[in-house]
Design a protein around this ligand. Structure first.
Ligand code: NDP
Length: 437
């Protein structure tokens, strides 16, 4: 903690993984002897850079850009870019640390990295966003590459931003290198299912957790936080599986729709018009806007069976957990990264609520990014159904690896321990095999 002052989210992520490792370290002293813990929580490289750009009024704006190349034991660094005003060095470090174990869980050859900037895209014009992305890539391009580090999207970075980033990379490098970034458009090297993958994958993982205890999404009442990329496609898949999504949110508040969220309307507002979620209730008679409240407030108005936090870190705390338990929740799975606070998790665990941690439940996004890289390398394009089947198999494998590891260590049904130990062992063994580097 004294070496990384002020990086609370990073400490939180490290503590959560290390808390799970006691039984492994007791059985396998080689990890302690080889200082593996110290090595895996020190990033291999951290890059911080100035991102200067000119706004529409002709004023020079300065943001701070980051790329943390956390761990390359299993493959080149891989992880998204986040553009949000709250992004600090510690945010990117926590995300890079989580990403290392998440990527290990996919079973694909990818190391962990993450990046971003404290840039707020809200209220910015298209031209401003493009100029920002171009300036960001003007520095970032020298640090990334197909065999080195492959960024993707995250909060505030969707298809539009990936397009501007890729365009600038191509311009500087003077070559078409599709494998240098993922989340590309379908006609220029992107993969079908990538856009849907994190949301779908979270629902596939949750479905396996439910089925392991004789339950399913069919007829279940579900809350999903957020209304961005992950949330929208989680909602779509839940509805396909027969679940009823009663609430969604954005940073301004949440909506409760007792008739079930109208996904076409939500997509029109959030994806096409880039509007605010309050606009949703203008078009739905019985829907309510809960201004300034998070989506878990809907649990005060309705029974809830399943909750999927899909917005941001630390958005589900102990009070929210208590509210959900009172409403009857049986399963929580994290579409976002670290959305549940440690206290929130404790409350859910004590009530024996099934819990899917983000590094397992939301790994479908990065897994499909790795499938995009495979398609780029073979200059091939796979069909939607084929890619979705691969995603579904990967999520099933992650679920069974976590469940089996948890059982092996006497923690049946504890997916947090299962995910942390499985991810750790894969990374730690590769770190040791590659010597003191
Ligand atoms: P988007 O930018 O598409 O959507 C984010 C959503 O969360 C928006 O509805 C946004 O509301 C809301 N949100 C963001 N910050 C806050 C905040 N501080 N308080 C309340 N609401 C907030 O991002 P994604 O859907 O891509 O990412 C969501 C989460 O999923 C993140 O934790 C991300 O790291 C994680 N994730 C994403 C993956 C991907 O493939 N995209 C892969 C794996 C994990 P508003 O519109 O008002 O800002």
């Amino acid at each position: 903690i004294s070496r990384n002052p002020g990086e609370d989210e990073f400490h939180q992520a490290v503590r959560e993984v290390f808390d799970s490792l006691h039984p492994v370290l007791a059985d396998h002293p080689q990890y302690v002897e080889a200082s593996v813990l110290e090595r895996i929580c020190e990033p291999e490289r951290q890059i911080t850079f100035r991102v200067p750009w000119v706004d529409d009024d002709g004023r020079v704006q300065i943001n701070r850009g980051f790329r943390v190349q956390f761990n390359s034991a299993l493959g080149p660094y891989k992880g998204g870019l986040r553009f949000h005003p709250t992004v600090l060095a510690g945010t990117v470090k926590f995300l890079g640390f989580e990403q290392t174990f998440k990527n290990a869980l996919t079973g694909l050859p990818i190391g962990g990295g993450k990046g971003g900037a404290d840039f707020d895209p809200k209220g910015r014009s298209e031209a401003e966003i493009m100029r920002f992305c171009q300036s960001f890539m003007t520095e970032a391009y020298r640090h990334i590459g197909y065999d080195l580090d492959i960024p993707a999207g995250d909060i505030g970075v969707g298809g539009r931003e990936i397009g501007y980033l890729f365009g600038q990379y191509k311009r500087i490098a003077g070559r078409w290198e599709s494998g240098v970034i993922t989340g590309k458009g379908i006609t220029w090297g992107g993969s079908l299912v990538r856009k849907e993958a994190t949301g779908y994958g979270t629902v596939y993982f949750t479905d396996h957790m439910l089925r392991a205890t004789g339950r399913s999404f069919d007829g279940a009442k579900v809350l999903v936080s957020g209304s961005g990329n992950v949330a929208i496609y989680a909602i779509q898949k839940i509805q396909e599986l027969g679940g009823v999504v009663l609430g969604a949110s954005d940073s301004s508040g949440s909506v409760y729709d007792p008739d079930g969220i109208d996904l076409n309307l939500l997509r029109r507002i959030k994806e096409a018009q880039r509007g605010r979620i309050s606009e949703y209730v203008e078009k739905r008679d019985r829907a309510e806007f809960l201004e300034g409240r998070n989506v878990w407030a809907v649990a005060e108005k309705s029974d809830v069976d399943i909750a999927l936090p899909c917005a941001t870190q630390n958005e589900l705390d102990a009070d929210d957990a208590a509210k959900l338990i009172k409403a009857g929740v049986v399963a929580v799975a994290e579409g976002a990264n670290m959305p549940t606070t440690p206290e929130g998790y404790r409350v859910l665990r004590e009530a024996e609520v099934l819990f899917g941690p983000g590094k397992a439940a939301n790994a479908g996004g990065v897994a499909t990014s790795a499938l995009e890289m495979q398609q780029n390398a073979s200059r091939d394009t796979w069909s939607f159904d084929y890619t979705d089947t691969r995603l579904s198999e990967i999520m099933e494998n992650i679920h069974s690896a976590c469940a089996e590891t948890a059982a092996e260590y006497g923690r049946e049904g504890d997916y947090v321990t299962g995910a942390n130990i499985t991810g750790f062992l894969r990374v730690a063994d590769a770190v040791i095999a590659q010597g003191v580097i």
